[in-house]
Unconditional design. Structure first.
Lengths: 159, 436
Protein backbone atom coordinates (compact mmCIF):
# COMPACT_ATOMS: atom_id res chain seq x y z
CA UNK A 1 0.00 0.00 0.00
CA UNK A 2 2.66 2.51 1.01
CA UNK A 3 4.60 1.83 -2.19
CA UNK A 4 1.50 2.53 -4.29
CA UNK A 5 0.65 5.75 -2.45
CA UNK A 6 4.28 6.92 -2.71
CA UNK A 7 4.23 6.32 -6.45
CA UNK A 8 1.02 8.25 -6.85
CA UNK A 9 2.44 11.11 -4.75
CA UNK A 10 5.47 11.10 -7.06
CA UNK A 11 3.12 11.39 -10.04
CA UNK A 12 1.44 14.31 -8.28
CA UNK A 13 4.87 15.95 -7.89
CA UNK A 14 5.50 15.47 -11.61
CA UNK A 15 2.16 17.09 -12.39
CA UNK A 16 3.23 20.06 -10.27
CA UNK A 17 6.53 20.27 -12.15
CA UNK A 18 4.69 20.31 -15.48
CA UNK A 19 2.34 22.99 -14.15
CA UNK A 20 5.21 25.28 -13.10
CA UNK A 21 7.03 24.77 -16.40
CA UNK A 22 3.91 25.26 -18.54
CA UNK A 23 2.97 28.54 -16.88
CA UNK A 24 6.55 29.84 -16.94
CA UNK A 25 6.93 29.06 -20.64
CA UNK A 26 3.51 30.57 -21.32
CA UNK A 27 4.38 33.81 -19.48
CA UNK A 28 7.68 34.14 -21.36
CA UNK A 29 6.06 33.40 -24.73
CA UNK A 30 3.15 35.73 -24.10
CA UNK A 31 5.31 38.62 -22.92
CA UNK A 32 8.33 38.25 -25.17
CA UNK A 33 6.92 36.76 -28.37
CA UNK A 34 3.26 37.69 -27.90
CA UNK A 35 2.36 34.07 -28.56
CA UNK A 36 0.84 32.48 -25.46
CA UNK A 37 0.31 28.73 -25.36
CA UNK A 38 -3.29 27.78 -26.17
CA UNK A 39 -4.99 25.75 -23.49
CA UNK A 40 -2.69 26.58 -20.54
CA UNK A 41 -5.73 27.47 -18.45
CA UNK A 42 -7.28 24.04 -19.06
CA UNK A 43 -3.97 22.30 -18.60
CA UNK A 44 -3.28 23.95 -15.23
CA UNK A 45 -6.74 23.21 -13.84
CA UNK A 46 -6.41 19.58 -14.99
CA UNK A 47 -2.94 19.23 -13.48
CA UNK A 48 -4.16 20.68 -10.19
CA UNK A 49 -6.66 17.81 -9.94
CA UNK A 50 -3.76 15.36 -10.33
CA UNK A 51 -1.65 17.22 -7.76
CA UNK A 52 -4.42 17.07 -5.17
CA UNK A 53 -6.05 13.70 -5.75
CA UNK A 54 -2.98 11.62 -6.52
CA UNK A 55 -1.41 13.03 -3.36
CA UNK A 56 -4.21 12.45 -0.84
CA UNK A 57 -3.86 8.66 -0.40
CA UNK A 58 -0.34 9.26 0.94
CA UNK A 59 -1.66 12.06 3.20
CA UNK A 60 -4.19 9.70 4.75
CA UNK A 61 -1.77 6.79 4.98
CA UNK A 62 0.81 8.89 6.83
CA UNK A 63 -1.95 10.60 8.84
CA UNK A 64 -0.87 14.00 7.59
CA UNK A 65 -4.19 15.72 8.25
CA UNK A 66 -4.31 18.57 10.71
CA UNK A 67 -5.52 17.30 14.07
CA UNK A 68 -5.76 19.16 17.38
CA UNK A 69 -4.16 16.95 20.04
CA UNK A 70 -4.73 19.15 23.08
CA UNK A 71 -6.67 16.51 24.99
CA UNK A 72 -3.80 14.02 24.77
CA UNK A 73 -2.27 15.33 27.98
CA UNK A 74 -5.47 14.60 29.87
CA UNK A 75 -6.03 11.12 28.45
CA UNK A 76 -3.93 8.06 29.03
CA UNK A 77 -2.47 6.11 26.13
CA UNK A 78 -5.57 4.00 26.09
CA UNK A 79 -7.84 7.03 25.91
CA UNK A 80 -5.88 8.50 23.02
CA UNK A 81 -6.14 5.17 21.19
CA UNK A 82 -9.91 5.12 21.66
CA UNK A 83 -10.32 8.65 20.31
CA UNK A 84 -7.98 7.88 17.42
CA UNK A 85 -10.13 4.91 16.54
CA UNK A 86 -13.29 7.02 16.65
CA UNK A 87 -11.65 9.68 14.47
CA UNK A 88 -10.57 6.95 12.06
CA UNK A 89 -14.09 5.56 11.80
CA UNK A 90 -15.56 9.02 11.17
CA UNK A 91 -12.95 9.55 8.46
CA UNK A 92 -13.97 6.25 6.86
CA UNK A 93 -17.62 7.32 6.94
CA UNK A 94 -16.83 10.69 5.36
CA UNK A 95 -14.53 9.39 2.64
CA UNK A 96 -16.94 6.53 1.95
CA UNK A 97 -19.84 8.92 1.42
CA UNK A 98 -17.63 11.18 -0.66
CA UNK A 99 -16.45 8.33 -2.85
CA UNK A 100 -19.95 6.97 -3.36
CA UNK A 101 -21.57 10.32 -4.20
CA UNK A 102 -18.85 11.31 -6.66
CA UNK A 103 -19.91 8.64 -9.13
CA UNK A 104 -23.09 10.41 -10.17
CA UNK A 105 -21.53 13.74 -11.26
CA UNK A 106 -18.70 11.77 -12.87
CA UNK A 107 -21.17 9.69 -14.89
CA UNK A 108 -23.03 12.84 -15.90
CA UNK A 109 -19.92 14.28 -17.50
CA UNK A 110 -19.48 10.99 -19.40
CA UNK A 111 -23.08 10.85 -20.60
CA UNK A 112 -23.20 14.49 -21.65
CA UNK A 113 -19.68 14.25 -23.12
CA UNK A 114 -18.57 17.46 -21.32
CA UNK A 115 -15.19 18.68 -22.52
CA UNK A 116 -12.55 21.24 -21.54
CA UNK A 117 -13.09 24.12 -23.99
CA UNK A 118 -9.50 24.69 -25.18
CA UNK A 119 -7.94 21.24 -24.87
CA UNK A 120 -11.08 19.37 -25.98
CA UNK A 121 -10.33 16.90 -23.19
CA UNK A 122 -13.33 14.84 -22.00
CA UNK A 123 -14.01 15.82 -18.40
CA UNK A 124 -14.81 12.24 -17.33
CA UNK A 125 -11.11 11.51 -17.82
CA UNK A 126 -10.29 14.07 -15.12
CA UNK A 127 -12.77 12.35 -12.82
CA UNK A 128 -10.77 9.11 -13.02
CA UNK A 129 -7.87 10.33 -10.82
CA UNK A 130 -10.41 12.00 -8.50
CA UNK A 131 -12.23 8.70 -7.90
CA UNK A 132 -8.98 6.73 -7.77
CA UNK A 133 -7.43 9.10 -5.22
CA UNK A 134 -10.52 9.22 -3.01
CA UNK A 135 -10.99 5.45 -3.15
CA UNK A 136 -7.37 4.81 -2.25
CA UNK A 137 -7.50 7.40 0.53
CA UNK A 138 -10.46 5.49 1.96
CA UNK A 139 -8.50 2.26 1.73
CA UNK A 140 -5.48 3.93 3.34
CA UNK A 141 -7.52 4.97 6.40
CA UNK A 142 -8.83 1.41 6.75
CA UNK A 143 -5.26 0.09 6.54
CA UNK A 144 -4.14 2.54 9.23
CA UNK A 145 -6.99 1.52 11.55
CA UNK A 146 -6.32 -2.18 10.98
CA UNK A 147 -2.62 -1.67 11.65
CA UNK A 148 -3.33 0.14 14.92
CA UNK A 149 -5.81 -2.50 16.04
CA UNK A 150 -3.26 -5.21 15.33
CA UNK A 151 -0.48 -3.54 17.31
CA UNK A 152 -2.91 -2.83 20.16
CA UNK A 153 -4.07 -6.44 20.09
CA UNK A 154 -0.44 -7.57 20.13
CA UNK A 155 0.34 -5.42 23.13
CA UNK A 156 -2.75 -6.63 24.96
CA UNK A 157 -1.75 -10.24 24.36
CA UNK A 158 1.52 -9.86 26.24
CA UNK A 159 1.52 -10.59 29.96
CA UNK B 1 -36.32 23.45 14.88
CA UNK B 2 -35.23 26.75 13.31
CA UNK B 3 -32.34 26.82 10.87
CA UNK B 4 -30.42 29.07 13.27
CA UNK B 5 -30.69 26.46 16.03
CA UNK B 6 -29.42 23.82 13.63
CA UNK B 7 -26.55 26.19 12.80
CA UNK B 8 -25.64 26.70 16.44
CA UNK B 9 -25.79 22.97 17.16
CA UNK B 10 -23.60 22.37 14.11
CA UNK B 11 -21.01 24.85 15.37
CA UNK B 12 -20.99 23.22 18.78
CA UNK B 13 -20.59 19.72 17.35
CA UNK B 14 -17.80 20.96 15.08
CA UNK B 15 -15.78 22.41 17.95
CA UNK B 16 -16.36 19.27 20.01
CA UNK B 17 -15.22 16.98 17.19
CA UNK B 18 -12.07 19.02 16.60
CA UNK B 19 -11.17 18.86 20.29
CA UNK B 20 -11.82 15.13 20.36
CA UNK B 21 -9.05 14.62 17.78
CA UNK B 22 -11.14 14.24 14.63
CA UNK B 23 -9.04 15.83 11.83
CA UNK B 24 -10.13 19.43 11.24
CA UNK B 25 -11.03 18.74 7.60
CA UNK B 26 -13.15 15.66 8.37
CA UNK B 27 -14.95 17.50 11.19
CA UNK B 28 -15.88 20.36 8.86
CA UNK B 29 -16.89 18.00 6.08
CA UNK B 30 -19.12 15.78 8.21
CA UNK B 31 -20.77 18.62 10.12
CA UNK B 32 -21.23 20.54 6.85
CA UNK B 33 -22.82 17.53 5.15
CA UNK B 34 -25.12 16.55 8.01
CA UNK B 35 -26.05 20.14 8.80
CA UNK B 36 -26.84 20.92 5.17
CA UNK B 37 -28.91 17.74 4.98
CA UNK B 38 -30.84 18.77 8.11
CA UNK B 39 -31.65 22.14 6.56
CA UNK B 40 -32.07 21.36 2.87
CA UNK B 41 -32.53 17.60 2.67
CA UNK B 42 -30.17 14.67 2.13
CA UNK B 43 -30.41 14.64 -1.68
CA UNK B 44 -29.23 18.19 -2.08
CA UNK B 45 -26.52 17.69 0.54
CA UNK B 46 -24.96 14.68 -1.17
CA UNK B 47 -25.09 16.44 -4.52
CA UNK B 48 -22.95 19.22 -3.03
CA UNK B 49 -20.71 16.62 -1.40
CA UNK B 50 -20.08 14.83 -4.70
CA UNK B 51 -19.42 17.94 -6.74
CA UNK B 52 -17.43 20.29 -4.45
CA UNK B 53 -14.12 18.37 -4.30
CA UNK B 54 -13.86 18.28 -8.09
CA UNK B 55 -14.80 21.95 -8.43
CA UNK B 56 -12.27 23.05 -5.81
CA UNK B 57 -9.43 20.92 -7.16
CA UNK B 58 -10.01 21.97 -10.76
CA UNK B 59 -10.09 25.70 -9.99
CA UNK B 60 -7.34 27.49 -11.91
CA UNK B 61 -7.03 30.21 -9.27
CA UNK B 62 -6.24 27.68 -6.57
CA UNK B 63 -3.12 26.52 -8.39
CA UNK B 64 -1.30 29.39 -6.63
CA UNK B 65 -1.35 27.34 -3.43
CA UNK B 66 1.00 24.48 -4.44
CA UNK B 67 3.26 26.79 -6.41
CA UNK B 68 3.80 29.30 -3.61
CA UNK B 69 4.34 26.41 -1.19
CA UNK B 70 6.90 25.00 -3.64
CA UNK B 71 8.65 28.36 -3.92
CA UNK B 72 9.08 28.43 -0.14
CA UNK B 73 10.22 24.78 0.02
CA UNK B 74 12.84 25.38 -2.67
CA UNK B 75 14.02 28.63 -1.07
CA UNK B 76 14.33 26.84 2.28
CA UNK B 77 16.62 24.22 0.82
CA UNK B 78 18.72 26.47 -1.38
CA UNK B 79 20.97 28.06 1.23
CA UNK B 80 19.35 31.49 0.81
CA UNK B 81 18.75 31.88 4.52
CA UNK B 82 22.48 31.86 5.38
CA UNK B 83 23.17 34.58 2.82
CA UNK B 84 20.27 36.67 4.07
CA UNK B 85 21.45 36.28 7.65
CA UNK B 86 24.96 37.48 6.78
CA UNK B 87 23.62 40.37 4.76
CA UNK B 88 21.28 41.43 7.56
CA UNK B 89 24.20 41.29 10.00
CA UNK B 90 26.09 43.78 7.85
CA UNK B 91 23.48 46.37 8.82
CA UNK B 92 23.83 45.91 12.56
CA UNK B 93 27.59 45.66 12.98
CA UNK B 94 28.71 47.03 16.32
CA UNK B 95 25.28 46.93 18.00
CA UNK B 96 24.70 44.87 21.12
CA UNK B 97 22.48 42.01 20.02
CA UNK B 98 23.43 42.43 16.34
CA UNK B 99 22.82 38.75 15.66
CA UNK B 100 19.32 38.83 17.12
CA UNK B 101 18.48 41.91 15.07
CA UNK B 102 19.99 40.28 11.99
CA UNK B 103 17.88 37.18 12.62
CA UNK B 104 14.73 39.29 12.51
CA UNK B 105 15.89 41.14 9.40
CA UNK B 106 16.77 37.87 7.67
CA UNK B 107 13.42 36.34 8.65
CA UNK B 108 11.61 39.32 7.11
CA UNK B 109 13.65 39.03 3.93
CA UNK B 110 13.11 35.26 3.81
CA UNK B 111 9.41 35.91 4.29
CA UNK B 112 9.56 37.73 0.97
CA UNK B 113 10.27 34.47 -0.84
CA UNK B 114 8.50 32.05 1.51
CA UNK B 115 4.85 32.08 2.50
CA UNK B 116 5.06 29.80 5.50
CA UNK B 117 5.96 30.70 9.08
CA UNK B 118 6.99 27.21 10.07
CA UNK B 119 9.42 26.95 7.13
CA UNK B 120 10.88 30.37 7.94
CA UNK B 121 11.31 29.48 11.61
CA UNK B 122 12.82 26.09 10.77
CA UNK B 123 15.40 27.36 8.32
CA UNK B 124 16.39 30.32 10.51
CA UNK B 125 16.79 28.07 13.55
CA UNK B 126 19.43 26.10 11.67
CA UNK B 127 21.34 29.22 10.61
CA UNK B 128 20.97 31.70 13.43
CA UNK B 129 20.75 29.76 16.68
CA UNK B 130 24.12 27.94 16.41
CA UNK B 131 25.83 31.28 15.63
CA UNK B 132 24.19 33.04 18.56
CA UNK B 133 25.01 30.20 20.93
CA UNK B 134 28.65 30.28 19.86
CA UNK B 135 28.83 33.99 20.64
CA UNK B 136 27.29 33.50 24.08
CA UNK B 137 23.71 34.73 23.57
CA UNK B 138 21.16 33.70 26.14
CA UNK B 139 19.01 30.90 24.72
CA UNK B 140 15.89 32.81 25.67
CA UNK B 141 16.78 35.74 23.40
CA UNK B 142 17.96 33.63 20.47
CA UNK B 143 15.00 31.26 20.40
CA UNK B 144 12.54 34.10 21.06
CA UNK B 145 13.93 36.09 18.13
CA UNK B 146 13.70 33.13 15.75
CA UNK B 147 10.16 32.22 16.85
CA UNK B 148 8.99 35.82 16.44
CA UNK B 149 10.88 36.36 13.19
CA UNK B 150 9.53 33.12 11.75
CA UNK B 151 6.01 34.42 12.10
CA UNK B 152 6.87 37.22 9.63
CA UNK B 153 6.86 34.62 6.86
CA UNK B 154 3.06 34.74 6.59
CA UNK B 155 2.58 38.51 6.75
CA UNK B 156 5.20 39.58 4.23
CA UNK B 157 4.06 38.36 0.80
CA UNK B 158 3.88 35.70 -0.53
CA UNK B 159 1.65 34.31 2.19
CA UNK B 160 -0.20 31.00 2.19
CA UNK B 161 -2.77 32.08 4.82
CA UNK B 162 -3.57 35.21 2.78
CA UNK B 163 -4.13 33.02 -0.31
CA UNK B 164 -6.48 30.77 1.68
CA UNK B 165 -8.30 33.83 3.03
CA UNK B 166 -8.56 35.23 -0.51
CA UNK B 167 -10.24 32.02 -1.64
CA UNK B 168 -12.75 31.78 1.16
CA UNK B 169 -13.53 35.52 1.33
CA UNK B 170 -13.48 35.92 -2.48
CA UNK B 171 -10.92 38.70 -2.36
CA UNK B 172 -8.01 39.57 -4.66
CA UNK B 173 -4.74 37.79 -3.86
CA UNK B 174 -2.73 40.66 -5.36
CA UNK B 175 -4.45 43.26 -3.15
CA UNK B 176 -4.02 41.11 -0.05
CA UNK B 177 -0.34 40.60 -0.84
CA UNK B 178 0.03 44.37 -1.17
CA UNK B 179 -1.85 44.92 2.09
CA UNK B 180 0.47 42.62 4.05
CA UNK B 181 3.68 44.33 2.98
CA UNK B 182 3.81 47.49 5.14
CA UNK B 183 2.34 45.85 8.28
CA UNK B 184 5.00 43.15 7.81
CA UNK B 185 7.76 45.75 7.79
CA UNK B 186 6.22 47.58 10.76
CA UNK B 187 6.06 44.32 12.70
CA UNK B 188 9.71 43.60 11.87
CA UNK B 189 10.65 47.01 13.25
CA UNK B 190 8.53 46.40 16.38
CA UNK B 191 10.21 43.03 16.98
CA UNK B 192 13.60 44.74 16.65
CA UNK B 193 12.50 47.35 19.19
CA UNK B 194 11.63 44.50 21.53
CA UNK B 195 15.18 43.14 21.19
CA UNK B 196 16.56 46.57 22.08
CA UNK B 197 14.17 46.82 25.04
CA UNK B 198 15.08 43.35 26.30
CA UNK B 199 18.77 44.20 26.11
CA UNK B 200 18.31 47.43 28.06
CA UNK B 201 16.64 45.33 30.75
CA UNK B 202 19.01 42.33 30.53
CA UNK B 203 22.27 43.46 28.92
CA UNK B 204 23.87 40.14 29.81
CA UNK B 205 21.64 38.27 27.32
CA UNK B 206 23.74 39.35 24.34
CA UNK B 207 27.42 40.19 23.88
CA UNK B 208 28.64 43.15 21.89
CA UNK B 209 29.07 42.34 18.23
CA UNK B 210 32.50 41.01 17.23
CA UNK B 211 32.39 43.25 14.16
CA UNK B 212 32.73 42.74 10.43
CA UNK B 213 35.17 44.45 8.08
CA UNK B 214 33.75 46.76 5.41
CA UNK B 215 34.90 44.27 2.83
CA UNK B 216 32.93 41.49 4.48
CA UNK B 217 29.92 43.76 4.80
CA UNK B 218 29.88 44.59 1.10
CA UNK B 219 30.46 40.96 0.17
CA UNK B 220 27.54 39.88 2.38
CA UNK B 221 25.22 42.48 0.90
CA UNK B 222 26.37 41.66 -2.61
CA UNK B 223 25.55 37.98 -2.19
CA UNK B 224 21.80 38.56 -1.94
CA UNK B 225 21.18 40.27 -5.27
CA UNK B 226 19.66 37.10 -6.67
CA UNK B 227 17.10 36.84 -3.87
CA UNK B 228 16.18 40.48 -4.35
CA UNK B 229 15.61 39.81 -8.05
CA UNK B 230 13.46 36.77 -7.28
CA UNK B 231 11.22 38.82 -4.99
CA UNK B 232 11.30 41.77 -7.37
CA UNK B 233 10.20 39.74 -10.36
CA UNK B 234 7.61 37.45 -8.72
CA UNK B 235 5.94 39.76 -6.20
CA UNK B 236 6.94 43.02 -7.90
CA UNK B 237 5.50 41.67 -11.15
CA UNK B 238 2.28 40.87 -9.33
CA UNK B 239 2.14 44.41 -7.87
CA UNK B 240 2.93 45.95 -11.25
CA UNK B 241 0.14 43.98 -12.86
CA UNK B 242 2.46 42.05 -15.21
CA UNK B 243 1.33 38.70 -13.83
CA UNK B 244 -1.72 37.08 -12.33
CA UNK B 245 -1.11 35.51 -8.89
CA UNK B 246 -0.89 32.07 -10.55
CA UNK B 247 1.76 33.29 -12.97
CA UNK B 248 3.67 35.05 -10.19
CA UNK B 249 3.66 31.82 -8.18
CA UNK B 250 4.97 29.77 -11.11
CA UNK B 251 7.69 32.32 -11.91
CA UNK B 252 8.59 32.44 -8.22
CA UNK B 253 8.86 28.66 -7.92
CA UNK B 254 10.83 28.37 -11.14
CA UNK B 255 13.09 31.25 -10.09
CA UNK B 256 13.71 29.76 -6.63
CA UNK B 257 14.69 26.49 -8.27
CA UNK B 258 16.91 28.23 -10.83
CA UNK B 259 18.72 30.30 -8.20
CA UNK B 260 19.18 27.29 -5.95
CA UNK B 261 20.51 25.15 -8.78
CA UNK B 262 22.82 27.85 -10.15
CA UNK B 263 24.14 28.68 -6.69
CA UNK B 264 24.84 24.96 -6.19
CA UNK B 265 22.72 25.05 -3.06
CA UNK B 266 20.08 22.69 -4.43
CA UNK B 267 20.91 19.12 -5.35
CA UNK B 268 18.56 16.99 -7.41
CA UNK B 269 17.69 15.04 -4.29
CA UNK B 270 16.78 18.19 -2.37
CA UNK B 271 14.73 19.46 -5.28
CA UNK B 272 12.74 16.24 -5.26
CA UNK B 273 12.29 16.46 -1.50
CA UNK B 274 10.95 20.00 -1.95
CA UNK B 275 8.43 18.70 -4.49
CA UNK B 276 7.23 15.78 -2.38
CA UNK B 277 6.96 17.95 0.75
CA UNK B 278 4.96 20.44 -1.28
CA UNK B 279 2.55 17.70 -2.32
CA UNK B 280 2.08 16.71 1.32
CA UNK B 281 1.37 20.28 2.42
CA UNK B 282 -0.86 20.94 -0.60
CA UNK B 283 -3.01 17.86 0.00
CA UNK B 284 -3.38 18.71 3.65
CA UNK B 285 -4.46 22.27 2.73
CA UNK B 286 -6.81 21.16 -0.04
CA UNK B 287 -8.54 18.63 2.19
CA UNK B 288 -9.24 21.48 4.61
CA UNK B 289 -10.35 23.86 1.85
CA UNK B 290 -12.64 21.28 0.19
CA UNK B 291 -14.31 20.44 3.49
CA UNK B 292 -14.51 24.12 4.43
CA UNK B 293 -16.39 24.83 1.21
CA UNK B 294 -18.87 22.05 2.05
CA UNK B 295 -19.13 23.52 5.54
CA UNK B 296 -19.72 27.04 4.18
CA UNK B 297 -22.71 25.76 2.14
CA UNK B 298 -24.19 24.79 5.48
CA UNK B 299 -23.26 28.09 7.17
CA UNK B 300 -24.99 30.10 4.44
CA UNK B 301 -28.16 28.01 4.81
CA UNK B 302 -28.29 28.48 8.59
CA UNK B 303 -28.47 32.28 8.27
CA UNK B 304 -26.10 32.46 11.24
CA UNK B 305 -24.21 35.41 9.71
CA UNK B 306 -27.50 37.36 9.44
CA UNK B 307 -28.36 36.44 13.01
CA UNK B 308 -24.96 37.73 14.14
CA UNK B 309 -25.46 40.98 12.22
CA UNK B 310 -28.87 41.69 13.71
CA UNK B 311 -27.68 40.75 17.19
CA UNK B 312 -24.75 43.13 16.91
CA UNK B 313 -27.18 45.88 15.82
CA UNK B 314 -29.31 45.42 18.92
CA UNK B 315 -26.39 45.72 21.32
CA UNK B 316 -25.21 48.83 19.42
CA UNK B 317 -21.53 48.08 19.46
CA UNK B 318 -19.44 50.44 17.33
CA UNK B 319 -17.16 49.05 14.62
CA UNK B 320 -14.10 49.33 16.88
CA UNK B 321 -15.84 47.58 19.77
CA UNK B 322 -16.94 44.83 17.43
CA UNK B 323 -13.43 44.40 16.05
CA UNK B 324 -11.96 44.27 19.56
CA UNK B 325 -14.36 41.44 20.44
CA UNK B 326 -13.51 39.59 17.23
CA UNK B 327 -9.77 39.99 17.82
CA UNK B 328 -10.14 38.79 21.42
CA UNK B 329 -12.09 35.78 20.14
CA UNK B 330 -9.36 34.92 17.64
CA UNK B 331 -6.57 35.33 20.19
CA UNK B 332 -8.33 32.87 22.50
CA UNK B 333 -9.14 30.47 19.64
CA UNK B 334 -5.52 30.72 18.49
CA UNK B 335 -4.47 29.08 21.75
CA UNK B 336 -6.14 25.87 20.61
CA UNK B 337 -6.80 25.83 16.88
CA UNK B 338 -4.42 25.97 13.97
CA UNK B 339 -4.55 29.05 11.79
CA UNK B 340 -6.05 27.56 8.64
CA UNK B 341 -8.88 25.84 10.47
CA UNK B 342 -9.58 29.07 12.28
CA UNK B 343 -9.81 31.12 9.06
CA UNK B 344 -11.94 28.60 7.24
CA UNK B 345 -14.44 27.97 10.02
CA UNK B 346 -14.95 31.55 11.08
CA UNK B 347 -14.59 33.74 7.98
CA UNK B 348 -17.89 32.65 6.35
CA UNK B 349 -19.66 33.48 9.62
CA UNK B 350 -17.89 36.73 10.52
CA UNK B 351 -17.20 38.35 7.16
CA UNK B 352 -20.73 39.66 6.43
CA UNK B 353 -20.76 41.25 9.88
CA UNK B 354 -17.34 42.80 9.38
CA UNK B 355 -18.22 44.27 5.99
CA UNK B 356 -21.57 45.53 7.33
CA UNK B 357 -19.86 47.47 10.08
CA UNK B 358 -17.70 49.25 7.55
CA UNK B 359 -14.36 47.43 7.76
CA UNK B 360 -12.53 46.63 4.55
CA UNK B 361 -12.27 42.84 3.91
CA UNK B 362 -8.70 43.34 2.62
CA UNK B 363 -7.74 45.04 5.88
CA UNK B 364 -9.43 42.27 7.83
CA UNK B 365 -7.29 39.69 6.00
CA UNK B 366 -4.20 41.38 7.44
CA UNK B 367 -5.73 41.45 10.94
CA UNK B 368 -6.44 37.73 10.64
CA UNK B 369 -2.87 36.96 9.65
CA UNK B 370 -1.53 38.97 12.60
CA UNK B 371 -3.73 37.02 15.04
CA UNK B 372 -2.62 33.76 13.40
CA UNK B 373 0.98 34.90 13.92
CA UNK B 374 0.22 35.44 17.56
CA UNK B 375 -1.22 31.93 17.74
CA UNK B 376 1.97 30.57 16.20
CA UNK B 377 4.17 32.02 18.91
CA UNK B 378 2.09 32.10 22.05
CA UNK B 379 1.74 29.22 24.49
CA UNK B 380 0.34 26.59 24.77
CA UNK B 381 0.22 25.50 21.12
CA UNK B 382 2.65 27.91 19.41
CA UNK B 383 3.80 25.76 16.49
CA UNK B 384 6.88 27.92 15.84
CA UNK B 385 8.08 27.14 19.34
CA UNK B 386 7.82 23.40 18.69
CA UNK B 387 9.60 23.71 15.35
CA UNK B 388 12.51 25.42 17.10
CA UNK B 389 12.48 23.02 20.02
CA UNK B 390 12.65 20.05 17.65
CA UNK B 391 15.93 21.39 16.27
CA UNK B 392 17.54 22.50 19.56
CA UNK B 393 16.19 19.82 21.90
CA UNK B 394 18.57 20.77 24.72
CA UNK B 395 16.73 24.09 25.25
CA UNK B 396 13.72 23.42 27.51
CA UNK B 397 10.35 24.56 26.13
CA UNK B 398 9.85 26.68 29.24
CA UNK B 399 12.92 28.71 28.35
CA UNK B 400 11.60 29.34 24.84
CA UNK B 401 8.28 30.42 26.37
CA UNK B 402 10.14 32.90 28.59
CA UNK B 403 12.06 34.18 25.59
CA UNK B 404 8.96 34.72 23.50
CA UNK B 405 7.04 36.78 26.11
CA UNK B 406 8.59 40.18 25.27
CA UNK B 407 8.01 39.54 21.56
CA UNK B 408 4.29 38.95 22.14
CA UNK B 409 3.91 42.67 22.79
CA UNK B 410 4.76 43.55 19.16
CA UNK B 411 1.80 41.90 17.35
CA UNK B 412 -0.58 43.48 19.88
CA UNK B 413 0.99 46.88 19.18
CA UNK B 414 0.58 46.25 15.47
CA UNK B 415 -3.09 45.33 15.95
CA UNK B 416 -3.58 48.61 17.81
CA UNK B 417 -1.85 50.53 15.03
CA UNK B 418 -3.94 48.81 12.37
CA UNK B 419 -7.13 49.66 14.24
CA UNK B 420 -6.11 53.29 14.68
CA UNK B 421 -4.63 53.71 11.20
CA UNK B 422 -6.16 51.19 8.77
CA UNK B 423 -4.17 52.86 5.99
CA UNK B 424 -1.04 51.05 7.17
CA UNK B 425 -2.56 48.04 5.40
CA UNK B 426 -4.77 49.77 2.84
CA UNK B 427 -2.52 52.46 1.41
CA UNK B 428 -0.37 50.18 -0.74
CA UNK B 429 -3.21 48.14 -2.33
CA UNK B 430 -5.19 51.34 -2.95
CA UNK B 431 -2.18 52.98 -4.58
CA UNK B 432 -1.22 49.96 -6.68
CA UNK B 433 -4.73 48.95 -7.67
CA UNK B 434 -6.83 52.12 -7.69
CA UNK B 435 -10.58 51.52 -8.08
CA UNK B 436 -11.65 52.18 -11.65
Amino acid sequence: MSRLTRWLAALAALALLVMVLAITVDVVRANVFHRPIKGVFDLVSTLLVLVVFLGIPQTFLTQGNVTVDLIDRFLGRRGVAVFRAIAGLLTVVFLGLLFWHMFLPALDTYQFDDRKPDLDLPIWMIWVPVLLGTGLALLAVIVVIARELRTRGGEGGRP
Amino acid sequence: MSVQSIGLIGMGVLVLMIFLRVPVAISMGLVGLCGYAAVAGWDRAVRVLGQVPFDVASGYDLSVVPMFVLMGELATRSGMSAKLYNAARAFFVGFRGAQALATLGACAAFGAVCGSSLATAATMTRIAIPQMRRLGYDDRLSTGAVAAGGSLGILIPPSIPLVIYAIIAEQSVAKLFAAGMIPGLVLTALYMLMVVAVLIWKPGWAPTDPGMSWRERFAALGSIWSIAILFGVAIGGLYAGWFTPTEAAAIGAFGAWGLGALGRGLSLKQTWAAFTDTIRTTCMLFMIVICAVIFSYFVVQTQLPDLLVSWMRTIELGPVGLMLIIIAFYVVMGCFLDGFGMILITVPVFLPLIVQSGWDPIWFGVILVVVIELGLIHPPVGMNIFVIQAQVPDVPVLKIYQGIIPFLVAPFLLLGLLLAFPDIALWLPQTLFPPR
